[in-house]
Design a protein around this ligand. Structure first.
Ligand code: NDP
Ligand code: 8X3
Length: 252
């Protein structure tokens, strides 16, 4: 039977690259994100290139009702999800705690922690019912380290790290695999979002070294998802060669 992957945040960056890689590998896909036009274009492209079936769901992961309605509304055949990639996430702002923008904090907490939980709550039950599954959570090097002004973003990614460990324990009796992928710097829309559309500031983040690209992370996620049934990778940190820690980047 053709396998199914559900990818949150498939309209850009790592999620979009995962959609290409999993379609290439013959998966049918449920793709989500807020920008419906992008989901439509991507679905058309993947369907034409790889002849796989694609369901698109446009919703905001921060909105619990939208998450429930959209996922519950899927036809039963789509609920046989083999791989859930909890990828939707963002950083907003890079300020010291005393100057932090509280709206930004709420956006990050609601997206990176609560949104991931809403989706996982539903899909893990589908996986339990079907007796199989693999949840892959996008953490970050910011979930392993804390850096200057990273405060709340780092806290949300530390929460993802903890939730990944918790899910792994709770879902163990059900044979469901759980993995966290923790990338360092990946050049996507991430920094543009962090700096609220300031493209020049975003570009500077990657000045003088070769960052990861979304495809690097997607191929790693595919490696993790394609291990034999008895093998689970709990946790994986992937960095650009030029980056040793969150803040140690060798720039030329
Ligand atoms: P992008 O900004 O390129 O993509 C983020 C994706 O998340 C988009 O598809 C966006 O879709 C979706 N998203 C954001 N907010 C919401 C929301 N409220 N509801 C639904 N979807 C949402 O970033 P990346 O691809 O780089 O990031 C993907 C993940 O990887 C994130 O969790 C990020 O924290 C993590 N990560 C990124 C790193 C990097 O350096 N780039 C490094 C380590 C981890 P839309 O706007 O259409 O809703
Ligand atoms: C993104 C990596 O170091 O910019 O999660 O926070 S970092």
């Amino acid at each position: 039977m053709t396998k199914i992957a559900l990818i949150t945040g498939a309209t850009a960056g790592i999620g979009e690259a995962c959609a290409h890689v999993f379609a290439r590998e013959g998966y049918n896909l449920i793709l989500t994100g807020r920008r419906e036009d992008r989901l439509e274009k991507l679905a058309e492209q993947l369907n034409e290139t790889y002849n796989v079936e694609i369901a698109i769901l446009s919703f905001d992961v921060r909105n619990r009702e939208q998450v429930i309605e959209n996922l519950e509304g899927l036809p039963e055949k789509w609920k046989l999800v083999d791989v859930l990639i909890n990828n939707a996430g963002l950083s907003q702002g890079l300020d010291p705690i005393q100057n932090g923008n509280v709206d930004d904090w709420e956006t990050m907490i609601d997206t990176n922690i609560k949104g991931l939980l809403y989706v996982s709550r539903m899909v893990s039950n589908w996986m339990i019912a079907s007796g199989r599954g693999h949840i892959i959570n996008l953490g970050s090097i910011a979930g392993k380290e804390v850096y200057l002004n990273g405060n709340v973003y780092c806290a949300t990614k530390h929460a993802v790290d903890a939730l990944n460990k918790g899910m792994r324990i709770d879902l163990l009796p059900h044979g469901i695999k759980v993995t966290a992928i923790h990338p360092g710097a990946v050049e996507t829309e991430f920094s543009e979002v962090r700096f609220k559309g300031d493209k020049e500031r975003a570009k500077k983040v990657y000045d003088g070294f070769e960052p990861l690209v979304a495809q690097d992370v997607a191929e790693t996620i595919w490696f993790v998802a394609s291990r034999p049934a008895h093998v689970n990778i709990n946790d994986l940190v992937i960095m650009p060669t030029a980056q040793a820690t969150a803040v140690n980047i060798y720039r030329k």
